[in-house]
Write a protein that binds this ligand. Structure first.
Ligand code: ADP
Ligand code: MG
Length: 462
């Protein structure tokens, strides 16, 4: 470390020690494992953080405590500043096979890691090949913390978000990491659909006892896509009891879902409340920069040469899922292989024109937006088009207007007409209001992003 005139690294170390004693170990590792001291100036400590999301969360949660502790230690006001360093947190900084410096304190880990393949898990999914972006850093860090210390915190954990955003990748990575790094750990991964089918089969074969034994005697239970349990009453009942048995014995559970649990219809309240217990984290669509990083990683894995121009072209045009990014890449590689040609921008444009035509946007109608938004808020499309201005209707209406402006080419005048003949200034005002509400209340944005994702998906083949 470069020793400048001002070196507050010792203060920083002690500040961390003190904070560590105030919060849980899991919480500490989650936020501070990836932060490091860079340098100091007269009144400032500069730390590196992996993303702006990280910086904002740490600021919001801990900045005042950290600055207080620093003040007490140093007797002067030292500010904390953050510099973003975007190295992938999990893959580069900490390979699973390395001895962990932070988590082995209480629990000895096996020295040698056997290269074991878990029968339920795909070798394609690991933390090493998951690219952490602003859209996923909270979820990825939580998953890593769980994988390192199953059952200790964030239990249960629910990861939710639209299709193709990495839920299966993350939940399987937890299983893989834990399985490879512990000797006798029982990990079970199933989709909710498999769980349901197995349960039905067990009833048919009168083997409920075996079924219970399988699921209630695990150390880590990973269930993917729990929205599938909608209306499956008996399976829900069974999972409820499984949940309780595992929860009582501090066994880790992780679930994924394509929407927030509150939106799963026909789910018993008691199971819903179990899912909502613990940590719920969402995955949102990646930004342009993250899409580039993901695509580059995929290209590296496939060991092909694709120019930056083509990469940019794909990422500018494929804006929904990571799965679509992969599909675009696979198509290009297949084409290039077949014809033994280099992939130029014009070949890419030509080959991917169906994907680039952006069927999502051209297919989206105001009707669809009104239907999906009103459904989400338990209203009817007519409520959004009507005259009522009660709070329960006015804000959903503003959200619907905002989304219409985001996703379609309609002018504010046209949007106003479709929403009960309102004036274009009303539409402009609505958009501004949604914008400022999103900024003031961070819980709003994920809901709106979710709605946007849903609306986009409604225009696709899915
Ligand atoms: P979901 O379960 O949310 O529908 P998946 O986990 O199946 O999505 O992800 C779809 C595809 O995209 C998978 O091949 C996955 O490996 C890839 N993927 C998603 N997010 C990332 C990421 N952040 N980094 C690397 N690959 C990703
Ligand atoms: Mg999935």
């Amino acid at each position: 470390m470069n020793k400048s005139k001002w070196d507050y690294s010792i203060f920083w170390k002690e500040t961390l020690n003190q904070l560590r004693s105030e919060i849980s170990e899991q919480e500490f590792l989650m936020w501070f494992d990836n932060i490091s001291y860079i340098e100091s100036t007269e009144k400032k400590i500069i730390l590196s953080v992996p993303s702006s999301f990280y910086r904002d969360q740490v600021k919001e949660r801990y900045l005042s405590s950290l600055e207080n502790i620093l003040h007490n230690l140093s007797g002067s006001s030292i500010e904390i500043d953050f510099s973003i360093k975007t190295s992938p947190i999990t893959a580069k900084n900490e390979k699973p096979k390395k001895k962990s410096v932070t988590t082995t304190k209480n629990k000895p880990k096996p020295e040698t890691v056997i290269n074991k393949n878990h029968p339920d898990l795909s070798s394609d999914y690991s933390f090493d090949n998951f690219v952490v972006g602003d859209n996923s850093s909270f979820a990825a860090n939580a998953c890593m913390a769980i994988a390192k210390n199953p059952g200790k915190a964030y239990n249960p954990c629910l990861i939710y978000g639209g299709v193709g955003l990495g839920k299966t990748h993350l939940i399987q990575s937890i299983g893989k990491y834990s399985y490879e790094n512990s000797e006798d750990i029982r990990v079970v991964y199933v989709t909710a659909e498999q769980f349901t089918n197995e349960f039905i089969q067990a009833i048919k074969d009168r083997k409920q006892h075996d079924f219970k034994n399988k699921y209630r005697k695990v150390d880590i239970l990973l269930i993917d896509d729990i929205h599938f349990l909608q209306s499956k009453d008996a399976t829900q009942e069974e999972l409820f009891h499984t949940f309780n048995a595992l929860y009582d014995s501090n066994k880790q559970m992780v679930f994924t879902c394509d929407r927030p649990v509150s939106e799963i219809k026909n789910l018993t309240d008691r199971l819903r409340s179990r899912f909502e217990r613990g940590l719920n984290v969402d995955l949102i669509p990646p930004s342009f920069e993250t899409r580039i990083a993901i695509l580059k990683k995929k290209i590296e894995e496939k060991n092909v040469a694709i120019s930056d121009e083509v990469i940019e072209l794909i990422c500018k045009n494929v804006t929904t899922h990571v799965r679509d990014l992969e599909a675009a890449l696979t198509k290009l590689i297949a084409y290039a292989d077949l014809l033994n040609k280099e992939i130029t921008v014009s070949i890419a444009k030509n080959q991917l024109k169906d994907m680039f035509a952006n069927p999502k946007l051209s297919n989206i109608t105001i009707d669809t937006i009104q239907r999906i938004v009103s459904d989400y808020f338990n209203l009817t499309p007519n409520d959004l088009r009507g005259k009522k201005r009660t709070k329960a209707i006015a804000f959903p209406r503003q959200i619907a207007m905002y989304i219409t402006r985001e996703l379609t080419e309609y002018s504010t005048t046209e949007v106003g007409l479709e929403f009960g003949g309102r004036d274009h200034t009303t539409v402009m005002h609505a958009c501004q209001r949604v914008d400022s509400k999103m900024q003031a209340d961070p819980s709003i944005e994920p809901y709106i992003r979710n709605l946007i994702q849903k609306i986009k998906e409604s225009g696709t083949k899915f």
